[in-house]
Design a protein around this ligand. Structure first.
Ligand SMILES: Cc1ncc(COP(=O)(O)O)c(C=O)c1O
Length: 403
């Protein structure tokens, strides 16, 4: 039996605008301009206007966007790049792929992100080889870019924002409000179908206000060529497909509406959870930081372990049992992410952490390790119904009360 309440319901979202999307796709089919068609440039311009950024450059997916960003910054193998330990693998994977060294720092345990708390002892992992920092705007809320920019300025680091999960979020930087991805040197996003702005296949983009960087990004994404068949640098082949751009041009018009619905859904979840568990005996709801809007790409709870006087539950056991209970009731939930990147096999002997720089440091990524064992993301999408949210909250609370 399939789940009764899914994490996402793309077909509902798309059925509402199906005619518009089909017309946009048919136009591309009629033109046969499947590569570098007019819709790509149009989408880049539309998104640049939406984000109030000078340049948007489409590419094949969000992982490529991150890779191209690091290539454009001309980092050399062996140089170090700071990255949070609690994120999707792509953020750190591309660092390693380019022969750079990912140096992992911890996140704030209540907002999952990079901020002044998580950067408190950052100087201990910064060396003369550190070149860049890649803050992630995880689950739809911005990292505190004021804190990131202060560190970047002090240590002369480039800033690549991973806003794959937070397109449309805004961060207060000084007195200004700026869109996620438009604050550092380069912003990177993904149009994976389930993202805030999702295509009907893979897609990604880079943002920058720097003309020279924009030109370099375009060149790298196009086999390093400045003009056809003249290759200035080693690049790659990473293009935003015309059909995807056509779909995204349609969906961009609805983005603010989708985000408003996500926020309304989150508000209802939080109101109901707070009423049922006012003292956070069982769980924490997502924290909304004053410096950022939240686009609720995910609605992620922190489930506390139940410790009785006689029995100590294994760490994370309550969360795991709750997930199973919800599945039994036909309610989907997801663990983003079950391991910090520092514990992933792929990063052993590649990534560094504070312990590698200081003989007295211990457990420097404990927040990331804690979160991996305690987070649980609930169904969140622009079409979920209030009665479904009520049902989910009741199931969660009743289970935790009885567990
Ligand atoms: C935080 C983060 N970074 C990067 C990516 C990579 O995007 P894509 O799947 O389009 O390569 C994703 C998407 O899954 C993501 O969530």
């Amino acid at each position: 039996m399939g789940n009764k309440i899914q994490m996402i319901e793309l077909s509902k979202e798309h059925n509402a605008i199906r005619e518009e999307i089909e017309a946009a796709i048919n136009k591309v089919i009629d033109s046969s301009a499947f590569i570098h068609g007019a819709e790509v440039e149009l989408f880049e311009r539309n998104l640049a206007r939406y984000l109030n950024v000078k340049h948007v450059i489409g590419c094949a997916n969000g992982t490529d966007a991150l890779q191209i960003a690091l290539m454009a910054l001309d980092l050399k193998p062996g140089e170090q790049v700071l990255v949070p330990a609690f994120t999707y693998v792509a953020t750190a994977e591309v660092i390693a792929l380019l022969g750079l060294v990912p140096v992992m720092y911890d996140v704030n345990p209540r907002n999952f992100n990079t901020d002044s708390v998580s950067l408190e002892n950052i100087e201990e992992i910064i060396t003369e080889n550190t070149r860049a920092i890649v803050p992630v705007h995880l689950f739809g809320q911005c990292s505190d870019m004021n804190a990131v920019l202060a560190v970047a300025k002090k240590y002369n680091l480039k800033v690549v924002e991973d806003c794959a999960q937070a397109l449309g979020a805004k961060c207060k930087v000084g007195q200004e409000e700026k869109f996620a991805g438009t604050i550092g040197n380069i912003g990177c996003t993904s149009f994976f179908p389930t993202k805030n702005l999702g295509g009907m296949g893979d897609g990604g983009a880079l943002f920058t206000n720097d003309d020279a960087l924009a030109a370099r990004i375009r060149m790298i994404a196009s086999h390093g060529q400045e003009k056809k068949y003249h290759h200035k640098v080693i690049g790659c082949n990473s293009r935003l497909d015309t059909i995807q751009a056509a779909v995204l041009n349609v969906k961009l018009k609805y983005l603010d509406g989708y985000l408003a619905k996500r926020r309304r859904t989150a508000a209802l979840y939080t109101t109901l959870f707070t009423k049922a568990d006012p003292l956070n005996k069982y769980l924490y709801t997502p924290l909304e930081e004053e410096y950022s809007t939240h686009t609720y790409h995910q609605y992620t709870l922190i489930i506390k372990d139940k410790h009785s006087a006689v029995e100590t539950t294994e760490e994370g056991a309550t969360r795991d049992a709750l997930k199973q209970h919800l599945a039994d009731k036909g309610i989907a939930s997801m663990i983003y992410y079950p391991l910090p990147l520092s514990d992933q096999e792929a990063f052993q002997n590649i990534a560094l952490k504070r312990e590698d720089f200081s003989s007295t440091a211990t457990d420097s990524l404990h927040n990331s390790e804690y979160l991996a064992k305690h987070v649980l993301s609930l169904p969140m999408n622009p079409t979920i119904l209030p009665e479904e949210i009520e049902l989910i909250v009741n199931e969660v609370i009743n289970f935790l009360k009885e567990a």
